[in-house]
Design a protein around this ligand. Structure first.
Ligand SMILES: Nc1ncnc2c1ncn2[C@@H]1O[C@H](COP(=O)(O)OP(=O)(O)O)[C@@H](O)[C@H]1O
Ligand SMILES: [Mg+2]
Length: 352
């Protein structure tokens, strides 16, 4: 009998040229070694059928063993196909949401209407009114929560629990924040597509130590595509708040948003509409209102879809600056912050 170490040593010398010249042992390709008097059988496992190097590798194994063992020993190399075990994705459960009272999607028919601005300021305004609040920024196309809350680059720790990683949210301004932006470089977020994006998003909402919350807001990606439907099917959102600007052309976008929630497979209520950029007020003339996108657009839309108009948020420089500086206006007591506090009060009154 030939000592096993010698056989292993000979096998360790066989490198796979298609796998950065790592040895077949290291690659886990040696499935079995058997010995009987005068004969050694080695079984090589290949991950997929047409490995172009199969013949080369069986030959190389034979040659290496022939060199290592006494002359006259018969060498047999068998091959089998063994699929590499796929890493099993941990089962996502709703466990972490069990102490969350209301999960509300903040949606818009299209981007740039101020959905994130409203979501972030609404979260802070609800927290200022004594509610326990979390916000998950699920906008894979442009996660803006890190910038808007001054938490860019935050590293969220994770805890292992029953073989799952549970993310600990960032906390600032009395709100728990999680953003896809903490996990991916914003330039890479754009290449996320379909199932990959959905999986990451669900994990980012479901596997978070939210604890006890009155409100969990979900800043949804703009638009009304497959990702939205999938999110709505798997995250138990109670309903939605839709953000729009007052222009007549925005009506079609709002309609898409409303339809998405009301369609028969989803069937969730739209709790209300937020009219953002309802009018422009210059900083130096706080009493003046310029209806640059038209007057009462939001009220008309709300009537058209039979949903309440929860708030009208003015277009003011401080809101834009607050977004860029990471200090949202809902923290302050100016008229801009007041608009968000009123929105929070309106929503809370409806949700009970
Ligand atoms: N009411 C407002 N007044 C001034 N600027 C605003 C207002 N709402 C949004 N903005 C600015 O408009 C831009 C787009 O807003 P954002 O919330 O990121 O939109 P969305 O999430 O819908 O894409 C941001 O720069 C934001 O600061
Ligand atoms: Mg946004």
């Amino acid at each position: 009998m030939i000592p096993k170490e010698e056989i292993l040593k000979a096998l360790g010398e066989v490198k796979h040229p298609g796998m950065e010249d790592r040895s077949i042992l290291e690659l886990g390709m040696v499935d079995g070694i058997e010995q009987e008097e005068g004969k050694i059988s080695v079984t090589l496992a290949f991950p997929r059928k047409p490995d172009p190097l199969k013949n080369y590798l069986t030959g190389a194994v034979k040659a290496s063993l022939y060199r290592a063992v006494p002359g006259g020993t018969e060498i047999e190399v068998r091959t089998i196909v063994r699929e590499a075990p796929k890493p099993k994705a941990p089962e996502l459960t709703l466990d972490e949401l069990r102490n969350v009272r209301h999960i509300i999607g903040i949606a818009s028919g299209k981007g740039g209407v101020g959905k994130s601005t409203v979501a972030v300021n609404l979260a802070i305004a609800l927290a200022r009114q004594g509610f326990r609040v979390g916000l998950a920024d699920a906008d894979i196309y442009g996660p803006s929560v890190p910038l808007m809350t001054g938490t860019v680059g935050a590293v969220l720790p994770a805890e292992q629990q029953d073989g799952k990683e549970i993310i600990i949210p960032a906390e600032k301004y009395g709100v728990k924040w999680v953003s896809i932006g903490y996990f991916a470089d914003p330039s890479q977020a754009l290449i996320w597509r379909g199932p990959m994006a959905c999986g990451a998003l669900k994990q980012m909402i479901l596997q978070v130590r939210w604890g006890e919350l009155d409100y969990l807001l979900i800043d949804m990606p703009p638009g009304t595509g497959d990702i939205h439907i999938s999110l709505l099917q798997e995250i138990p959102m109670e309903g939605a708040v839709i953000v729009t600007t007052p222009q007549k052309v925005a009506l079609a976008d709002v309609e898409k948003g409303v339809d998405m929630f009301r369609n028969k497979n989803i069937n969730r209520p739209v709790f209300g509409l937020v009219e953002n950029m309802a009018w422009f007020t210059p900083a130096e003339h706080p009493d003046e209102k310029y209806y640059i996108f038209g007057k009462d657009g939001g009220a008309e839309m709300a009537k058209h879809f039979d949903i309440p108009l929860l708030a009208r948020i003015p277009l003011v420089k401080s809101i834009c600056e607050g977004g860029d500086s990471g200090v949202p206006p809902a923290l302050g007591s100016g008229p801009d912050g007041e608009a968000f506090l009123q929105l929070a009060a309106q929503l809370a009154a409806r949700m009970g």
